[in-house]
Design a protein around this ligand. Structure first.
Ligand SMILES: Cc1cc2nc3c(=O)[nH]c(=O)nc-3n(C[C@H](O)[C@H](O)[C@H](O)COP(=O)(O)OP(=O)(O)OC[C@H]3O[C@@H](n4cnc5c(N)ncnc54)[C@H](O)[C@@H]3O)c2cc1C
Length: 422
Protein backbone atom coordinates (compact mmCIF):
# COMPACT_ATOMS: atom_id res chain seq x y z
CA UNK A 1 0.00 0.00 0.00
CA UNK A 2 1.50 3.34 -1.05
CA UNK A 3 1.51 6.39 1.16
CA UNK A 4 -1.50 7.82 -0.69
CA UNK A 5 -3.64 4.68 -0.33
CA UNK A 6 -4.77 5.37 3.22
CA UNK A 7 -4.74 9.13 3.08
CA UNK A 8 -7.54 11.31 4.43
CA UNK A 9 -8.97 14.16 2.37
CA UNK A 10 -12.20 16.12 2.34
CA UNK A 11 -13.20 14.34 -0.87
CA UNK A 12 -12.47 10.89 0.63
CA UNK A 13 -14.46 11.64 3.78
CA UNK A 14 -17.40 12.79 1.65
CA UNK A 15 -17.24 9.72 -0.60
CA UNK A 16 -17.01 7.32 2.33
CA UNK A 17 -19.85 9.12 4.08
CA UNK A 18 -22.08 8.57 1.06
CA UNK A 19 -21.08 4.93 0.56
CA UNK A 20 -21.45 3.54 4.09
CA UNK A 21 -17.83 4.03 5.19
CA UNK A 22 -16.89 0.65 3.74
CA UNK A 23 -13.72 1.73 1.96
CA UNK A 24 -11.54 2.59 4.93
CA UNK A 25 -8.60 0.32 5.65
CA UNK A 26 -6.92 -0.62 8.92
CA UNK A 27 -4.61 2.18 10.04
CA UNK A 28 -1.68 -0.19 10.44
CA UNK A 29 -0.72 -3.75 9.54
CA UNK A 30 -0.46 -6.61 12.04
CA UNK A 31 2.92 -8.07 11.02
CA UNK A 32 4.66 -11.11 12.47
CA UNK A 33 7.92 -10.11 14.16
CA UNK A 34 11.00 -10.73 12.00
CA UNK A 35 14.09 -12.25 13.61
CA UNK A 36 16.22 -9.21 12.85
CA UNK A 37 15.79 -5.42 12.71
CA UNK A 38 18.15 -2.48 12.53
CA UNK A 39 16.35 -0.69 15.36
CA UNK A 40 13.92 -1.87 18.03
CA UNK A 41 11.78 0.52 20.05
CA UNK A 42 10.45 -1.03 23.26
CA UNK A 43 7.06 0.53 24.04
CA UNK A 44 4.24 1.52 21.71
CA UNK A 45 3.09 4.62 23.63
CA UNK A 46 3.17 8.14 22.28
CA UNK A 47 6.92 8.53 22.65
CA UNK A 48 7.83 5.14 21.15
CA UNK A 49 5.54 5.62 18.16
CA UNK A 50 6.74 9.17 17.55
CA UNK A 51 10.35 7.96 17.70
CA UNK A 52 9.66 5.25 15.12
CA UNK A 53 7.83 7.77 12.94
CA UNK A 54 10.68 10.28 12.93
CA UNK A 55 13.32 7.55 12.42
CA UNK A 56 11.53 6.68 9.20
CA UNK A 57 10.35 10.13 8.13
CA UNK A 58 13.47 12.18 8.93
CA UNK A 59 16.32 9.66 8.88
CA UNK A 60 15.12 7.11 6.30
CA UNK A 61 15.52 4.28 8.84
CA UNK A 62 12.60 1.94 8.24
CA UNK A 63 13.84 -1.52 9.26
CA UNK A 64 12.38 -0.79 12.68
CA UNK A 65 10.06 -2.68 15.04
CA UNK A 66 8.00 -1.14 17.83
CA UNK A 67 7.37 -3.86 20.42
CA UNK A 68 4.30 -3.21 22.57
CA UNK A 69 3.29 -5.57 25.34
CA UNK A 70 -0.39 -4.57 25.17
CA UNK A 71 -2.14 -2.61 22.45
CA UNK A 72 -1.30 0.70 20.78
CA UNK A 73 -2.68 3.55 22.88
CA UNK A 74 -3.40 1.43 25.98
CA UNK A 75 -0.76 3.10 28.16
CA UNK A 76 -0.52 6.64 29.45
CA UNK A 77 -0.84 8.09 25.98
CA UNK A 78 -4.51 7.11 26.15
CA UNK A 79 -4.97 7.92 29.86
CA UNK A 80 -3.85 11.50 30.24
CA UNK A 81 -5.79 14.74 30.49
CA UNK A 82 -4.37 15.88 27.13
CA UNK A 83 -2.87 19.24 28.09
CA UNK A 84 -0.32 20.57 25.63
CA UNK A 85 1.76 23.60 26.64
CA UNK A 86 5.21 25.20 26.54
CA UNK A 87 5.25 27.19 29.77
CA UNK A 88 8.36 25.81 31.43
CA UNK A 89 10.77 28.13 33.16
CA UNK A 90 14.22 26.58 33.29
CA UNK A 91 17.05 26.23 30.82
CA UNK A 92 16.81 22.86 29.09
CA UNK A 93 13.14 22.16 29.54
CA UNK A 94 12.15 25.56 28.26
CA UNK A 95 13.84 24.98 24.88
CA UNK A 96 12.69 21.39 24.65
CA UNK A 97 8.99 22.08 25.25
CA UNK A 98 9.07 25.08 22.96
CA UNK A 99 10.40 22.78 20.23
CA UNK A 100 7.70 20.24 21.01
CA UNK A 101 4.87 22.79 20.85
CA UNK A 102 6.05 23.89 17.40
CA UNK A 103 5.84 20.28 16.23
CA UNK A 104 2.29 20.07 17.65
CA UNK A 105 1.33 23.04 15.52
CA UNK A 106 2.19 21.22 12.29
CA UNK A 107 1.37 17.68 13.43
CA UNK A 108 -1.98 17.29 11.71
CA UNK A 109 -0.55 18.28 8.33
CA UNK A 110 2.59 16.21 8.92
CA UNK A 111 0.59 13.07 9.78
CA UNK A 112 -2.47 13.79 7.62
CA UNK A 113 -4.46 12.95 10.74
CA UNK A 114 -7.00 14.89 12.79
CA UNK A 115 -5.68 14.82 16.36
CA UNK A 116 -8.13 17.57 17.41
CA UNK A 117 -5.30 19.80 18.57
CA UNK A 118 -7.10 22.77 20.09
CA UNK A 119 -5.06 25.82 21.13
CA UNK A 120 -7.73 27.04 23.50
CA UNK A 121 -5.27 28.60 25.95
CA UNK A 122 -4.14 27.76 29.47
CA UNK A 123 -4.53 30.00 32.52
CA UNK A 124 -2.40 29.29 35.62
CA UNK A 125 -4.16 31.11 38.44
CA UNK A 126 -2.25 32.91 41.20
CA UNK A 127 -3.59 33.76 44.61
CA UNK A 128 -0.91 35.91 46.29
CA UNK A 129 1.65 38.58 45.45
CA UNK A 130 4.49 36.09 45.77
CA UNK A 131 2.82 33.67 43.39
CA UNK A 132 2.21 36.50 40.91
CA UNK A 133 5.93 37.34 40.97
CA UNK A 134 6.83 33.72 40.30
CA UNK A 135 4.42 33.56 37.36
CA UNK A 136 5.69 36.88 36.00
CA UNK A 137 9.22 35.39 36.02
CA UNK A 138 7.99 32.29 34.26
CA UNK A 139 6.10 34.36 31.70
CA UNK A 140 9.24 36.35 30.92
CA UNK A 141 11.15 33.11 30.40
CA UNK A 142 8.46 31.92 28.01
CA UNK A 143 8.59 35.19 26.06
CA UNK A 144 12.38 35.05 25.88
CA UNK A 145 12.01 31.60 24.35
CA UNK A 146 9.74 33.01 21.64
CA UNK A 147 6.59 31.55 23.18
CA UNK A 148 3.54 33.45 24.27
CA UNK A 149 2.55 34.61 27.78
CA UNK A 150 0.29 37.30 29.22
CA UNK A 151 -0.09 38.26 32.85
CA UNK A 152 -3.81 38.78 33.53
CA UNK A 153 -5.25 40.57 36.53
CA UNK A 154 -8.35 39.30 38.27
CA UNK A 155 -10.73 41.07 35.87
CA UNK A 156 -8.75 39.77 32.93
CA UNK A 157 -9.28 36.23 34.19
CA UNK A 158 -12.94 36.88 34.92
CA UNK A 159 -13.52 38.09 31.35
CA UNK A 160 -12.24 34.74 30.03
CA UNK A 161 -13.57 32.37 32.73
CA UNK A 162 -16.63 33.82 34.45
CA UNK A 163 -17.56 30.49 36.08
CA UNK A 164 -14.80 30.51 38.74
CA UNK A 165 -15.37 31.38 42.39
CA UNK A 166 -14.34 35.04 42.63
CA UNK A 167 -15.77 35.53 46.12
CA UNK A 168 -13.69 32.88 47.86
CA UNK A 169 -11.97 34.78 50.68
CA UNK A 170 -9.65 31.90 51.59
CA UNK A 171 -8.18 31.47 48.09
CA UNK A 172 -8.83 34.81 46.33
CA UNK A 173 -7.99 34.85 42.63
CA UNK A 174 -5.42 37.62 42.06
CA UNK A 175 -4.95 36.87 38.36
CA UNK A 176 -3.45 34.33 36.01
CA UNK A 177 -0.59 33.61 33.62
CA UNK A 178 -2.24 33.10 30.25
CA UNK A 179 -0.56 30.96 27.58
CA UNK A 180 -2.82 31.27 24.52
CA UNK A 181 -0.96 28.67 22.40
CA UNK A 182 -1.45 26.00 25.07
CA UNK A 183 -4.47 23.73 24.87
CA UNK A 184 -5.54 20.14 24.43
CA UNK A 185 -5.60 17.35 21.83
CA UNK A 186 -7.33 14.02 21.43
CA UNK A 187 -4.80 11.74 23.10
CA UNK A 188 -5.42 8.37 21.45
CA UNK A 189 -5.64 9.99 18.01
CA UNK A 190 -2.06 11.18 18.56
CA UNK A 191 -0.98 7.57 19.12
CA UNK A 192 -2.99 6.38 16.11
CA UNK A 193 -1.66 9.16 13.87
CA UNK A 194 1.99 8.41 14.65
CA UNK A 195 1.31 4.65 14.43
CA UNK A 196 -0.27 5.00 11.01
CA UNK A 197 2.50 7.31 9.81
CA UNK A 198 5.22 4.91 10.97
CA UNK A 199 3.46 1.86 9.53
CA UNK A 200 3.02 3.55 6.15
CA UNK A 201 6.77 4.11 6.03
CA UNK A 202 7.51 0.43 6.70
CA UNK A 203 7.88 0.26 10.49
CA UNK A 204 6.51 -2.98 12.01
CA UNK A 205 4.18 -2.28 14.94
CA UNK A 206 4.03 -5.50 16.94
CA UNK A 207 1.35 -5.59 19.62
CA UNK A 208 0.98 -8.23 22.35
CA UNK A 209 4.74 -8.62 22.36
CA UNK A 210 6.29 -8.04 25.78
CA UNK A 211 10.03 -7.58 26.06
CA UNK A 212 11.28 -9.89 28.81
CA UNK A 213 15.04 -9.52 28.41
CA UNK A 214 17.72 -7.35 26.79
CA UNK A 215 20.63 -9.19 25.18
CA UNK A 216 24.05 -7.65 25.69
CA UNK A 217 27.35 -9.08 24.49
CA UNK A 218 30.76 -7.53 25.17
CA UNK A 219 29.20 -4.23 26.17
CA UNK A 220 26.99 -4.00 23.07
CA UNK A 221 23.27 -4.59 22.73
CA UNK A 222 22.47 -7.44 20.34
CA UNK A 223 18.70 -7.74 20.64
CA UNK A 224 15.82 -8.55 22.97
CA UNK A 225 13.93 -11.53 24.32
CA UNK A 226 10.16 -11.30 23.98
CA UNK A 227 7.01 -13.32 24.59
CA UNK A 228 7.06 -13.88 20.81
CA UNK A 229 10.67 -15.06 20.62
CA UNK A 230 14.15 -13.53 20.41
CA UNK A 231 14.65 -10.58 18.06
CA UNK A 232 18.08 -9.24 17.09
CA UNK A 233 18.83 -5.55 16.57
CA UNK A 234 21.76 -3.18 16.23
CA UNK A 235 20.12 -0.49 18.34
CA UNK A 236 17.42 -0.67 21.00
CA UNK A 237 15.49 2.23 22.55
CA UNK A 238 13.70 1.85 25.88
CA UNK A 239 10.58 4.08 25.81
CA UNK A 240 8.23 2.48 28.34
CA UNK A 241 7.21 5.38 30.64
CA UNK A 242 5.97 3.94 33.97
CA UNK A 243 7.80 0.65 33.38
CA UNK A 244 11.21 2.24 32.73
CA UNK A 245 12.89 0.93 35.89
CA UNK A 246 11.73 -2.62 35.22
CA UNK A 247 12.84 -2.70 31.58
CA UNK A 248 16.17 -0.97 32.25
CA UNK A 249 16.80 -3.54 35.00
CA UNK A 250 16.79 -6.17 32.22
CA UNK A 251 20.04 -4.56 31.07
CA UNK A 252 21.38 -4.42 34.63
CA UNK A 253 20.63 -0.72 35.09
CA UNK A 254 19.19 0.93 38.19
CA UNK A 255 17.41 4.16 37.25
CA UNK A 256 16.73 7.28 39.36
CA UNK A 257 13.03 6.80 38.59
CA UNK A 258 10.08 5.95 40.82
CA UNK A 259 6.71 4.84 39.45
CA UNK A 260 3.68 6.58 40.96
CA UNK A 261 -0.03 6.55 40.15
CA UNK A 262 -1.76 9.66 38.81
CA UNK A 263 -5.55 9.78 38.56
CA UNK A 264 -7.94 11.73 36.36
CA UNK A 265 -11.70 12.24 36.27
CA UNK A 266 -14.42 13.12 33.77
CA UNK A 267 -18.00 14.26 34.30
CA UNK A 268 -21.06 13.63 32.16
CA UNK A 269 -21.28 15.81 29.04
CA UNK A 270 -22.38 19.40 29.75
CA UNK A 271 -23.10 22.39 27.57
CA UNK A 272 -20.00 24.50 26.83
CA UNK A 273 -19.02 26.29 30.04
CA UNK A 274 -15.21 26.40 30.03
CA UNK A 275 -13.22 27.50 27.00
CA UNK A 276 -9.67 27.31 28.39
CA UNK A 277 -7.61 24.95 30.51
CA UNK A 278 -7.44 26.35 34.07
CA UNK A 279 -5.08 25.40 36.89
CA UNK A 280 -5.73 26.26 40.53
CA UNK A 281 -2.76 27.82 42.33
CA UNK A 282 -3.72 26.88 45.88
CA UNK A 283 -4.32 23.16 45.53
CA UNK A 284 -3.62 20.39 43.08
CA UNK A 285 -6.44 20.82 40.61
CA UNK A 286 -6.67 21.57 36.89
CA UNK A 287 -9.61 21.38 34.52
CA UNK A 288 -10.72 21.64 30.90
CA UNK A 289 -13.86 20.74 28.99
CA UNK A 290 -13.63 18.05 26.32
CA UNK A 291 -15.20 18.44 22.90
CA UNK A 292 -17.86 15.94 24.03
CA UNK A 293 -18.72 18.27 26.93
CA UNK A 294 -17.22 16.33 29.83
CA UNK A 295 -15.27 18.32 32.40
CA UNK A 296 -11.88 16.61 32.50
CA UNK A 297 -9.86 17.22 35.65
CA UNK A 298 -7.09 15.91 37.82
CA UNK A 299 -4.68 16.76 40.62
CA UNK A 300 -1.67 15.35 42.34
CA UNK A 301 -0.01 11.94 42.38
CA UNK A 302 -1.40 9.32 44.74
CA UNK A 303 1.85 9.82 46.66
CA UNK A 304 3.10 6.25 46.93
CA UNK A 305 5.08 4.13 44.49
CA UNK A 306 2.92 1.58 42.67
CA UNK A 307 2.47 -0.26 39.38
CA UNK A 308 -1.33 -0.39 39.74
CA UNK A 309 -3.05 1.68 37.06
CA UNK A 310 -5.87 2.71 39.40
CA UNK A 311 -6.09 5.33 42.12
CA UNK A 312 -7.01 5.71 45.78
CA UNK A 313 -10.08 7.40 47.22
CA UNK A 314 -8.36 9.95 49.53
CA UNK A 315 -6.72 11.56 46.50
CA UNK A 316 -10.02 11.53 44.61
CA UNK A 317 -11.59 13.36 47.54
CA UNK A 318 -8.71 15.86 47.69
CA UNK A 319 -8.97 16.67 43.97
CA UNK A 320 -12.73 17.09 44.09
CA UNK A 321 -12.52 19.33 47.18
CA UNK A 322 -10.01 21.57 45.39
CA UNK A 323 -12.33 21.64 42.37
CA UNK A 324 -15.26 22.68 44.51
CA UNK A 325 -13.22 25.47 46.09
CA UNK A 326 -12.32 26.88 42.68
CA UNK A 327 -15.48 26.20 40.73
CA UNK A 328 -18.42 25.28 42.97
CA UNK A 329 -20.76 24.72 40.02
CA UNK A 330 -19.05 21.42 39.21
CA UNK A 331 -20.68 19.99 42.35
CA UNK A 332 -23.85 19.70 40.29
CA UNK A 333 -22.23 17.58 37.57
CA UNK A 334 -22.22 13.80 37.84
CA UNK A 335 -18.83 12.13 37.72
CA UNK A 336 -18.76 9.62 34.90
CA UNK A 337 -15.52 7.79 35.60
CA UNK A 338 -12.00 8.01 36.98
CA UNK A 339 -8.84 6.15 36.04
CA UNK A 340 -5.13 6.06 36.77
CA UNK A 341 -1.83 5.76 34.95
CA UNK A 342 1.72 4.93 36.05
CA UNK A 343 4.09 7.92 36.00
CA UNK A 344 7.85 7.63 35.60
CA UNK A 345 8.87 10.23 38.19
CA UNK A 346 12.47 11.43 37.99
CA UNK A 347 14.23 13.03 40.93
CA UNK A 348 14.35 16.52 39.36
CA UNK A 349 11.00 16.36 37.60
CA UNK A 350 12.64 16.36 34.16
CA UNK A 351 13.17 13.63 31.56
CA UNK A 352 16.14 11.57 30.43
CA UNK A 353 16.86 11.32 26.68
CA UNK A 354 20.26 9.70 26.46
CA UNK A 355 22.55 6.86 25.48
CA UNK A 356 23.35 4.33 28.18
CA UNK A 357 26.71 2.80 29.12
CA UNK A 358 25.79 -0.14 26.85
CA UNK A 359 26.62 0.52 23.19
CA UNK A 360 23.46 0.65 21.08
CA UNK A 361 21.09 0.91 24.05
CA UNK A 362 19.23 4.23 24.46
CA UNK A 363 16.92 5.50 27.16
CA UNK A 364 13.91 7.82 27.05
CA UNK A 365 12.08 8.17 30.39
CA UNK A 366 11.31 10.38 33.39
CA UNK A 367 8.39 12.26 31.85
CA UNK A 368 6.64 12.46 35.21
CA UNK A 369 3.08 13.61 34.71
CA UNK A 370 3.84 15.87 31.76
CA UNK A 371 4.87 13.65 28.88
CA UNK A 372 1.86 13.95 26.61
CA UNK A 373 2.79 17.42 25.40
CA UNK A 374 6.30 16.07 24.86
CA UNK A 375 5.22 13.32 22.44
CA UNK A 376 6.33 14.92 19.14
CA UNK A 377 9.37 16.64 20.66
CA UNK A 378 10.54 13.53 22.43
CA UNK A 379 10.09 11.32 19.38
CA UNK A 380 11.87 13.87 17.22
CA UNK A 381 14.94 14.28 19.42
CA UNK A 382 15.15 10.61 20.44
CA UNK A 383 15.09 9.54 16.78
CA UNK A 384 17.88 12.06 16.18
CA UNK A 385 19.93 10.59 19.04
CA UNK A 386 19.38 6.99 17.96
CA UNK A 387 20.10 7.73 14.28
CA UNK A 388 23.15 9.98 14.70
CA UNK A 389 24.49 9.09 18.17
CA UNK A 390 24.55 12.81 18.92
CA UNK A 391 22.07 14.56 21.24
CA UNK A 392 19.68 16.93 19.50
CA UNK A 393 20.46 20.55 20.36
CA UNK A 394 17.27 21.00 22.45
CA UNK A 395 17.83 17.76 24.39
CA UNK A 396 21.48 18.03 25.32
CA UNK A 397 20.59 18.84 28.94
CA UNK A 398 18.60 15.65 29.43
CA UNK A 399 21.56 13.46 30.40
CA UNK A 400 21.18 10.44 32.66
CA UNK A 401 24.52 11.19 34.32
CA UNK A 402 23.20 14.41 35.87
CA UNK A 403 21.74 12.30 38.66
CA UNK A 404 25.21 10.90 39.41
CA UNK A 405 27.40 13.98 38.94
CA UNK A 406 24.81 16.57 39.99
CA UNK A 407 25.67 18.81 37.02
CA UNK A 408 22.72 20.38 35.20
CA UNK A 409 19.88 19.08 37.33
CA UNK A 410 16.67 20.62 35.96
CA UNK A 411 14.83 21.09 39.18
CA UNK A 412 11.83 22.56 37.42
CA UNK A 413 9.87 23.62 40.45
CA UNK A 414 12.75 23.86 42.92
CA UNK A 415 11.32 21.11 45.06
CA UNK A 416 14.44 18.96 45.24
CA UNK A 417 14.32 15.22 45.16
CA UNK A 418 10.87 14.98 46.68
CA UNK A 419 8.56 13.47 44.07
CA UNK A 420 5.34 14.44 45.69
CA UNK A 421 6.23 18.12 45.51
CA UNK A 422 6.83 18.26 41.77
C1 LIG B 1 -4.12 10.72 34.59
C2 LIG B 1 -2.99 11.27 33.78
C3 LIG B 1 -3.02 12.59 33.34
C4 LIG B 1 -1.97 13.11 32.60
N1 LIG B 1 -2.10 14.35 32.08
C5 LIG B 1 -1.16 14.87 31.27
C6 LIG B 1 -1.37 16.12 30.63
O1 LIG B 1 -2.43 16.74 30.78
N2 LIG B 1 -0.38 16.61 29.85
C7 LIG B 1 0.78 15.95 29.67
O2 LIG B 1 1.65 16.48 28.98
N3 LIG B 1 1.00 14.72 30.21
C8 LIG B 1 0.04 14.16 30.99
N4 LIG B 1 0.21 12.90 31.54
C9 LIG B 1 1.50 12.20 31.34
C10 LIG B 1 1.59 11.48 30.00
O3 LIG B 1 0.42 10.76 29.73
C11 LIG B 1 2.83 10.56 30.01
O4 LIG B 1 3.97 11.26 30.47
C12 LIG B 1 3.15 10.00 28.61
O5 LIG B 1 1.98 9.51 27.97
C13 LIG B 1 4.18 8.89 28.75
O6 LIG B 1 4.71 8.49 27.53
P1 LIG B 1 4.07 7.38 26.56
O7 LIG B 1 2.90 7.96 25.87
O8 LIG B 1 5.12 6.87 25.68
O9 LIG B 1 3.62 6.29 27.63
P2 LIG B 1 2.74 4.99 27.48
O10 LIG B 1 1.55 5.24 26.62
O11 LIG B 1 2.50 4.47 28.86
O12 LIG B 1 3.70 4.02 26.67
C14 LIG B 1 4.62 3.11 27.22
C15 LIG B 1 4.30 1.75 26.61
O13 LIG B 1 5.31 0.82 26.95
C16 LIG B 1 4.69 -0.44 27.03
N5 LIG B 1 5.56 -1.36 27.75
C17 LIG B 1 5.89 -1.34 29.06
N6 LIG B 1 6.70 -2.37 29.36
C18 LIG B 1 6.89 -3.06 28.21
C19 LIG B 1 7.63 -4.23 27.87
N7 LIG B 1 8.34 -4.90 28.80
N8 LIG B 1 7.60 -4.65 26.59
C20 LIG B 1 6.89 -4.00 25.64
N9 LIG B 1 6.16 -2.88 25.91
C21 LIG B 1 6.17 -2.43 27.18
C22 LIG B 1 3.39 -0.15 27.75
O14 LIG B 1 2.44 -1.19 27.57
C23 LIG B 1 2.97 1.18 27.13
O15 LIG B 1 2.06 1.04 26.07
C24 LIG B 1 -0.83 12.32 32.30
C25 LIG B 1 -0.80 11.00 32.71
C26 LIG B 1 -1.87 10.46 33.43
C27 LIG B 1 -1.86 9.01 33.83
Amino acid sequence: MGLAGKAFSGWRVLREGLTGNRGWEAHWRDPQPKTDYDFIIIGGGGHGLATAYYLAAEHGITNVAVLEKGYIGGGNVGRNTTIVRANYGLEGNSQFYSHSLKLWETMEQELNYNVMHSQRGIINLFHSDGQRDAYARRGNMMLSQGDDAQLLDREGVRALVPSLNYTNTRFPIYGGLYHPRGGTARHDAVAWGFARGADRRGVDLIQNCEVTGIDVSEGKVTGVQTTRGAIRARKVGIVVAGRSSQVAAMAGMRLPIESHVLQAFVTEGLKPCLDQVVTFGMGHFYISQSDKGGLVFGGDLDLYASYAARGNLPMAEHVIEAGMALMPMIGKARLLRSWGGIMDMSADGSPVIDKTHIEGLYLNCGWCYGGFKAVPGSGHVFAHLMATDQPHEVARHHRLERFRDGVGLMDEEATGAQHNLH
